[in-house]
Write a protein that binds this ligand. Structure first.
Ligand SMILES: [Zn+2]
Length: 62
């Protein structure tokens, strides 16, 4: 799986990792990505709090 390699402030909430990264256009994006096998959840957010909330409320797909 390809991963952006400039994440910082990476934390883990359950199976979900949240990391921030610069988008190359002067902005910052926050990504929540689930590491559980077969889940595949991954999403970008404009707010760190939104990404952490998504991680906290994430439930893996069966
Ligand atoms: Zn998941």
């Amino acid at each position: 799986m390809a991963r952006p390699n400039r994440f910082y402030d990476v934390i883990r909430i359950g199976p979900v990792q949240v990391g921030s990264h610069h988008d190359g256009r002067g902005g910052t994006k926050h990504t929540a990505a689930c590491t559980a096998p077969g889940c595949g959840f991954s999403a970008d957010y404009r707010d760190r709090s939104a990404a952490e909330l998504a991680a906290r409320t994430h439930r893996c797909n069966p």
